[in-house]
Design a protein around this ligand. Structure first.
Ligand code: ADP
Ligand code: MG
Length: 378
């Protein structure tokens, strides 16, 4: 069953209260579709000109049960599940928003980066739907979508600001300018979410690993194991997680030598790993904000849902005096409201994609056009 993350009546972060349609402006209704990995999501947002959008409906159909037996996302199974879900998830989003196809002003879909087979399902459906409705469609870069989630909930978040993207596939710091994002640093190996997932698997925790590890860590001590803080003293803003992952593996092997891993072993290793993994993000973010002279910071992507990261970032923001934007949990992990919001902004600027435009599995965000990036048609 589709798992609704928010609906029109109870979206606390929606800009309710304020009139959504200023006199003389036509609101636009954009349907967004996200299918870059193992979530099929659809959402409808309403926006006026290039203003931040209001979420009318957001539906996410996860696939955890499909991939759990394998301990990780199986691409072929992901695209097959997307095929079975896309029509129903899109219909549910339209129904919840109380919007028919005729009312749509445009359709936006994630074009990449991500799993090719998964991307193609959402993208092809979006194009066909836009064609049928006689409205434009626009491609959205997945990371531009994640950043749009922060802009969606915080009207004060305007460029220039510092954007930290932390997810299962990405760990990168950007200086976001009005015209483009500039990459300050990124991971040299694993993404932080990938490290959470791999360490969770090592500890025998259920899939998906990130949230399970974070829950397990609650009972442990952060100082039980002094895991390395990779690249801590290095100049620049790059990240590295493979050495930390190996350090966890060695620690687990050491503890297993004396018998099976107990609950307290597991909790201590989880808490100590989580502290090391998030400390690095926080330190780099603080330094980048200071060096770049930026007083606004947004942290987005699935790992931005991590409780320790959120708490420590909030404390850092207070201490350093920067304004911090953290999307609510359901807008951190993959969702389509962020894609619809990023797409609405592109469409408001008159940017549309051609029907021949197709998905891409890899594409840096910086260096492409900010909102979607999609190269040839952007
Ligand atoms: P993608 O990587 O496909 O863009 P998301 O943006 O949804 O996907 O991020 C998923 C990642 O976020 C996964 O690696 C997952 O383990 C991680 N994650 C989700 N919640 C938490 C959490 N509470 N703590 C740590 N990591 C988390
Ligand atoms: Mg994502």
């Amino acid at each position: 069953m589709p798992r609704p993350v928010s609906g029109a009546p109870d979206v606390s972060h929606a800009r309710s209260g304020a009139p959504s349609t200023p006199v003389g402006s036509e609101p636009s209704l954009v349907l967004g579709i996200e299918s870059s990995c193992d979530e099929m999501a659809a959402a409808v947002v309403e926006s006026v000109a290039a203003q931040p959008a209001r979420i009318l409906a957001s539906v996410v159909h996860g696939q955890a049960s499909v991939h759990a037996p394998y301990g990780g996302v199986v691409p072929e199974l992901a695209s097959r599940d997307h095929l079975g879900a896309v029509s129903r998830v899109v219909q549910e989003a339209l129904d919840r928003a109380g919007v028919g196809l005729d009312a749509l002003s445009g359709v936006a879909a994630t074009a990449g980066p991500g799993l090719m087979g998964s991307l193609l399902v959402g993208l092809s459906f979006a194009k066909a739907l836009a064609y049928r409705a006689g409205v434009p469609w626009v491609a959205v870069h997945h990371l531009a979508g994640h950043l749009a989630a922060a802009e969606l909930i915080d009207a004060k978040l305007v460029a220039p600001y510092l954007g930290l993207v932390v997810s299962g596939g990405h760990t990168a710091l950007y200086r976001i300018e009005a015209d483009a994002p500039h990459l300050l640093g990124e991971t040299r190996d694993d993404a932080v979410g990938e490290a959470f997932d791999k360490v969770a698997k090592l500890l025998g925790l259920p899939f998906p690993g990130g949230p399970a590890l974070s829950r397990c860590a609650e009972a442990g001590s952060e100082t039980a194991v002094a895991f390395p803080r990779p690249l801590a003293g290095a100049p620049g803003y790059d990240f590295s997680y493979s050495g930390l992952k190996t350090a966890v593996l060695l620690e687990v092997e050491r503890r297993r030598a004396g018998g099976p891993l107990g609950e307290s072993d597991r909790a201590d290793v989880a808490a100590s790993f989580q502290a090391a993994a998030t400390d690095v993000l926080i330190r780099r973010t603080r330094r980048a904000a200071r060096d770049e002279g930026l007083s606004r910071v947004a942290v987005v992507g699935g790992v931005a849902a991590n409780g320790r990261l959120r708490t420590e970032l909030e404390a850092a923001a207070e201490q350093d005096g920067f304004a911090l934007t953290l999307p609510p949990l359901e807008l951190c992990t993959d969702n389509a409201a962020m894609i619809a919001a990023a797409g609405a902004r592109r469409l408001a600027r008159g940017e549309v994609s051609g029907l021949e435009f197709t998905a891409f599995s890899r594409m840096p965000l910086a260096g492409s056009s900010f909102d979607a990036s999609a190269g040839p048609d952007a």
